[in-house]
Design a protein around this ligand. Structure first.
Ligand SMILES: [Fe+2]
Ligand SMILES: [Fe+2]
Length: 300
């Protein structure tokens, strides 16, 4: 592990960002056992994704405590100002995947996938299902926003189920009790159902908690179709796309487009397999696909 990667993993309670992803999978596995698509994953049955020990649980709980305590509306606006102008780095999409792959962690290297492997497995599962090329590409890049961790951002500001800030937190958000410590809980304007928003104002007008979804959406939006925007921007918005919450902030177009978020989520959750994809073998196919939509270099 180099210094930068070491620094990244030291900034949070999780041993790896995957601990959060795995926790989400666990939570939704039972509900999905009859409805998930065949993602070609023959190594693990869905029930077998439940493999957490008490340690991992404690880390995850602490992760959510930090996330729910510090993701205030002010924090989100400040991070948007800081990161959305971009320009920290200029690199191609495959290069960004390699850059993200520095994000190694303390967990078991025999069972845990690298970041690039998760991206390739998700994309390959979509490709096997005959999804359109833009969909496969969106699957390939969906977690590239996790490079925020490599720039010193703590885990709780990079991953985690996202939720609107500036209005009441849905009771269905996991570990809801930790919001008691969030300073926004003492802002009366934020504590009503609509808070600072208008009924059905459309999600584009709503600020969600800050993380890798919003960031990669901004990086990629000029190059991909609108369905992909939704898949990137809301893939961690589990309170909406899995729990059906916050529909009162969505307009009709959001409701329609959320079918794409749900379609994508199946691949994100269930493509994980212990069969490691061969990145170098797959690279020519994906370099071609990337080149169809993206210029050689983009601003990060
Ligand atoms: Fe993600
Ligand atoms: Fe993912």
């Amino acid at each position: 592990m180099d210094d930068q990667a070491a620094k990244a993993t030291s900034l949070g309670p999780l041993k790896s960002l995957e601990e959060w992803d795995d926790f989400v999978k666990d939570r939704y596995t039972a509900a999905d056992s009859l409805s998930a698509p065949d993602t070609g994953n023959t190594n693990k049955k869905k029930e077998e994704f439940r493999n957490h020990d008490a340690d991992a649980r404690a880390c995850v709980k602490e992760f959510y405590r930090l996330n729910h305590t510090y993701q205030t509306r002010d924090f989100v606006l400040q991070k948007k100002k800081e990161f959305l102008p971009r320009g920290r780095m200029t690199m191609g999409v495959w290069e960004a995947m390699q850059y993200l792959n520095q994000l190694v962690d303390d967990s078991d290297p025999d069972t845990d996938l690298s970041q690039i492997e998760h991206l390739l497995q998700t994309a390959e599962a979509a490709r096997r299902d005959g999804r359109p090329r833009w969909f496969v590409l969106t699957a390939l890049i969906h977690d590239l926003g996790k490079i925020l961790c490599l720039w010193g951002e703590p885990q709780w500001a990079v991953v985690g189920d996202t939720f609107p800030v500036g209005c009441a937190w849905s009771p269905k958000i996991v570990f809801h009790e930790f919001f008691q410590a969030n300073p926004d809980s003492r802002v009366p304007d934020f504590e009503t159902r609509l808070g600072i928003y208008e009924e059905r104002c459309g999600l584009d007008k709503v600020d969600l908690s800050w993380g890798h979804d919003e960031y990669i959406y901004h990086v990629a939006k000029d190059h991909l179709p609108e369905e992909a925007h939704y898949m990137l921007r809301y893939h961690s918005f589990y309170p909406a796309h899995r729990e059906g919450e916050y529909t009162y902030l969505m307009n009709d177009h959001d409701r329609e487009m959320f079918s794409w978020v749900r379609e994508f989520s199946q691949y994100d959750l269930y493509s994980k397999s212990s069969q490691r994809p061969d990145a170098e073998r797959l690279r020519p196919y994906y370099e071609d696909l990337i080149g169809e939509y993206f210029p050689a270099k983009i601003a990060w």
